[in-house]
Design a binder for this molecule. Structure first.
Ligand code: NAD
Ligand code: ZN
Length: 358
């Protein structure tokens, strides 16, 4: 079965494009949808970006804390806050932040038009009604959340996306200035998400001419950003945003693999954010991803990145076992990496051994 892939229909790209957001919102306002809601990473509360957010009239801003990755419970709370406080729906929900805030914006915009708790919609094509118009504005680059068809959420039972044709943003604003202050480690962890997406996309059974093309070009850009000393930071930021975009598209047409399956276990049980969790896992996957992991080691060293090691030493067998339970359920990722008969190559013991190496 081939899947229908929906991508983001409109993009504003380039340095300073954030300044056009006010005009974009004005064009969306109507009598019965007069106001906009900004969901903004609370990291920016006391930063200059906060002062640049173009709030007008009855628009309002909700600060979103992402110390924990997006939860279905907070999606429901934000949705209820917007509904209860207004007689009309908003003309748009704008997510300004990293992958976490962008996923909140996608999920809230779907949940404003679909009844019940968001945990009921974790899965493929479960939403019935089209979402509120939503705009994604990344402040970190790498996840591809700005182009993807999914809003990854941790619910009571699982970490799984609200995935479907209503989830992708209607418009994204890619302004490299917004990622220019990201601290070295966080920039690297999130940037490596794109690198790892590309590696996993290109090395599994779901690969195809489209996913390979996006991944190959995204990988060229990732290498320029993290290996070419001649680029200015400004040039590098622009390229990193495109690497993220193409990496996200590549995954859309293909699938992630072993590193992401393990990384979901790390995030769910230990609370590591996606980027750093991927880096912790990928660092130990030379047996699966060979030369790419060697190149990753080189980049970690080159940029003097702090990467947690020996975390397994501080874990109980129960925690390792719980992480394996989360990972092994991600059938689609294992199938992509090892084929329909993946259970012949990977079992719980092998997964636990991978975790023990970390
Ligand atoms: P993030 O959004 O989780 O943020 C990481 C940290 O960086 C947070 O503390 C945040 O406050 C901070 N931050 C954000 N922008 C910053 C900036 N410009 N300067 C300094 N700090 C900044 O990080 P991420 O790596 O972009 O996103 C990870 C999230 O994306 C996870 O929740 C993951 O599940 C999700 N994700 C989604 C998809 C998708 O397709 N929807 C794909 C990959 C990952
Ligand atoms: Zn990822």
């Amino acid at each position: 079965m081939h899947r229908i892939i929906k991508t983001v229909p409109k993009s504003l790209f380039g340095k300073g494009s954030f300044n056009q957001v006010a005009d974009v919102i004005d064009n969306l306002r109507s009598d019965n949808k007069p106001y906009a809601v900004f969901l903004v990473d609370d990291f920016f509360k006391d930063k200059t970006l906060a002062k640049r957010i173009p709030l007008k009239g009855s628009d309002y801003l909700i600060w979103v804390n992402v110390d924990l990755e997006p939860k279905t419970t907070l999606v429901d709370k934000i949705r209820d806050q917007i509904r209860d406080g207004n007689k009309n729906l908003p003309c748009t929900i704008i997510g300004l932040g990293g992958g976490s805030v962008m996923d909140y914006a996608k999920a809230v915009s779907v949940m404003l038009t679909n009844e019940g708790p968001s945990s009921q919609y974790q899965g493929l094509n479960l939403a019935k009604n089209d979402a509120i118009y939503h705009i994604g504005i990344p402040t970190l680059a790498g996840t591809g959340a700005e182009v993807s068809m999914t809003a990854v959420l941790t619910g009571p039972e699982k970490k799984l996306g609200i995935k479907g044709e209503f989830t992708p943003f209607d418009l994204i604003v890619l302004d490299p200035e917004l990622i220019s202050d990201a601290p070295k480690n966080q920039r690297f962890y999130t940037g490596m998400d794109a690198y790892i997406h590309n590696v996993e996309s290109m090395t599994g059974n779901n690969r195809n001419a489209i996913s390979d093309s996006y991944a190959a070009q995204s990988q060229v850009l990732c290498r320029e950003v993290f290996l070419n000393d001649k680029l200015t930071r400004e040039e590098a930021d622009e390229k990193l945003m495109v690497a993220s975009y193409f990496g996200g598209l590549s995954i859309g047409f293909s699938e992630v693999g072993v590193c992401h399956a393990l990384s979901y276990g790390l995030s769910y049980i230990l609370g590591y954010h996606h980027g750093i969790a991927n880096c912790i896992a990928f660092n130990q996957l030379e047996d699966v991803y060979g030369e790419d992991v060697k190149e990753f080691h080189f980049m970690v060293k080159k940029h003097s990145i702090d990467l947690p090691k020996n975390i397994a030493a501080g874990l109980t067998e129960n925690q390792i076992s719980d992480m394996a339970d989360i990972s092994i359920k991600l059938d689609h990722m294992w199938k992509h990496a090892f084929g329909a008969e993946w259970q012949k190559h990977v079992d719980r013991k092998k997964i636990m051994d991978w975790f023990r190496r970390m």
